[in-house]
Design a protein around this ligand. Structure first.
Ligand SMILES: [Zn+2]
Length: 257
């Protein structure tokens, strides 16, 4: 696999009765969450924060992945649990992390506070999604088109379809916006002021990478322009965002009509 700068992060809860004393090789662990993260030194600490207190509004805006994790019935990530970064496993210790020399015993057993991760197969989503995209929210800019409805379905079904950015910088996006009724050139996105001001800014916007000659040239927001207008009007500089992988964006891209 080419180094895309992204890590496949997997969260495992330890089901042993003495898990809290620390991970030991005979313990069984259960995969309960997975997601993509940008490669950097703090990925393990970010994961700990997300699944320890990340659903609690006292610690800042709740992370949608943490909220989903809790709704599925999982307990807080704690000492004795394990996180994989790609194929490297690390146990959570009273202070910091310990790299494991052998992978843990992985099972898919339910237990109190532990619900195994079972993503919906993407193939099933594609089968049930209308081939003509009737009723879908389709976003178009110049000759490019994407089905944002399908993109949301992929994100819900597959934790690895998108990376979550808590604070996408939106300050440069205002120049692409135009208000309903203005004479709009092709590269502008038209929004309605009243609709925009009624939007919920905690709902992540959706972006796709633009790939040219095999390289990522930037991202295009394909859903959430009303939220961006709302945020810019009230002086916000960032919004939460789902950033689709190239593969997921390809799945959602549509031919020109
Ligand atoms: Zn569609």
């Amino acid at each position: 696999m080419p180094d895309t700068g992204q890590l496949h992060v997997r969260i495992y809860l330890n089901s042993a009765p003495d898990a809290f004393r620390g991970y030991r090789p005979q313990h069984e662990v259960v995969e309960v969450a997975a997601y993509l993260a940008t490669r950097h030194d703090g990925v393990l600490d970010d994961a700990f924060h997300m699944f320890n207190v990340g659903d609690d509004p006292c610690f800042g805006p709740p992370d949608p992945r943490a909220v989903t994790y809790r709704l599925r019935g999982n307990r807080s990530l704690s000492v004795g649990d394990v996180i994989a970064l790609d194929d490297e496993f690390h146990s959570c210790e009273p202070a910091g992390w310990r790299a494991l020399t052998t992978p843990p015993l992985i099972t898919d057993m339910h237990a109190p506070g532990i619900t195994p991760l079972q993503p919906t197969p993407v193939a099933r989503i594609l089968e049930s999604h209308p081939a003509d995209h009737a009723g879908c929210h389709v976003f178009q800019v110049l000759t490019l088109r994407w089905c944002a409805t399908l993109a949301h379905q992929l994100i819900t079904a597959d934790p690895l379809a998108a990376e979550f950015a808590q604070q996408l910088d939106i300050t440069g996006l205002g120049r692409f916006l135009t208000l309903d009724g203005d004479d709009a050139p092709d590269v502008k996105v038209t929004v309605d002021d009243a609709t925009a001001m009624a939007t919920d800014l905690t709902k992540p916007v959706l972006s796709v990478p633009v790939v040219s000659m095999g390289e990522c040239r930037g991202h295009i927001v394909i859903d959430g322009w009303h939220r961006i207008h709302h945020a810019l009007v009230i002086g916000r500089t960032c919004l939460p965002a789902w950033m689709l992988t190239g593969e997921a964006a390809q799945t959602c891209s549509l031919p020109m009509e």
